[in-house]
Every structure is written in C-alpha cells, then in structure tokens.
Write a protein of this length. Sequence first.
Length: 228
Amino acid sequence: MVYARIIGGLVSDVAFLSPETGLNGTSEDIVKSREESGQNHIPPQKPKTFVELVWEALQDVTLILLRLAAIFSLALSFYHPPMQIRQSKASGGVEDGGEAAAGWIDSIAILLLVVCVVLETAFNDWSKEKQFRGLQRRIEHDQKFSVVRGGQVIQINVSEIVVGDIAQAKYGDFLPADSILIQANDLKIDESSLTGELDHVKKSVNKDPMLRSGVNSQTGIIFTLLAA
C-alpha cells in the first residue's frame, strides 16, 4: 500500500511513500521535507531573569503585608504629636527616645528579613529552572526514535524526525509528532496526558487512525505516518 505525504494539512501530489521503505533517506529529501514542514522541535521559552524572579517573589501576599506593616511602624517611630513632644522635653526625653529607636530598629529588621526571604526564594527558583532546562536539553539530545528510511529501520533523535517519516513505535513509546496509523493490531492508546482520561482509546487503520503527539502506545509494534 502507498501513502501520500501530508504537508501543511494537504496531500502532496509529488511525494508518495511506501510503509516498507519510507523516505528514501537522502539528505535532499530530508532537507526538502524540513523546509516545507519545519523541524520537529519547539523552541524553548526564554528563561526568566533573576530580577523577574525577585519581582514574582515580592508579590507574595504575606510578604506584602509584612512590608506594609514595617513601613507603617517605621513612619510611626518618627512621628511625635505636639503634646508628646512637650511631655518629652519636660521629662528629659530619654525614655521616649529609647522607644523611638527600638521602633525603627524593629521595622528595619522586618524589612531586612523580607529582603532575605525574597532573595532566597528567587535564587531557589532560578536554580530549579536552570537544572530543569539542563535536564530537558539532555533528554532531547538522548531521546531516540525508530523510523523507516530507505527500507531500513534506523534510530534518530526526535528533533531530526520530519514529516513523511514512517515511525515504528513499540509498547510504552510516546509518539514524537502527530501521525496517521498505517499498521497495528488491536491498538490501544493512552491519551491521559492530553485529555486527562485514564481509559485507553482504541485506534485502527480504518476507524479513527489519527494519533496525537505525546500519546502513549499500549500495544505491540505499530507503524505511523508522521503528519505534523
């Protein structure tokens, strides 16, 4: 059986593929498919800067309340009503001066504590994001998938897969791209990562052959035509 290559949602009138041979595997064919349909790669989002993480940490409700309370307390420590000033002068002002000093010291201590918490939170988030991106890069570099090219089953990086490749998936594999089922026996797919439903979905070549990227095969070896 021969399948037409799907490009941009339309069937190409020049490229027809056999599931036994797949793409011919030449660099010209691969480059052409990649130019017409793009790469199987989603550019990562720009990582947040440390300043942005600091700003996010400052939005915590508890820290906002602490800042407001510290600023209010600091302002009160320097405010003295006229009557209190006259009484302070009459008594020498030693006791009131000590209370004022204690008030602004406590306020400054609270603000410094808030600064420490914000910096620690931002640094922890920055470290976690850095580790996650490093792990993601290693996974993308090491993740391989089986495709049929030139009549042979070969292993290539997921990012090197192109539209028109015949993918060979086995039990437990996650499909690297949207595809059309072309060969399988009693196939069941785990779509919980997309729909949240735990029940497996039956798929067949003649009925509901479309497979979405990220679904998990729950049967033996299947062959799919990568469409996007």
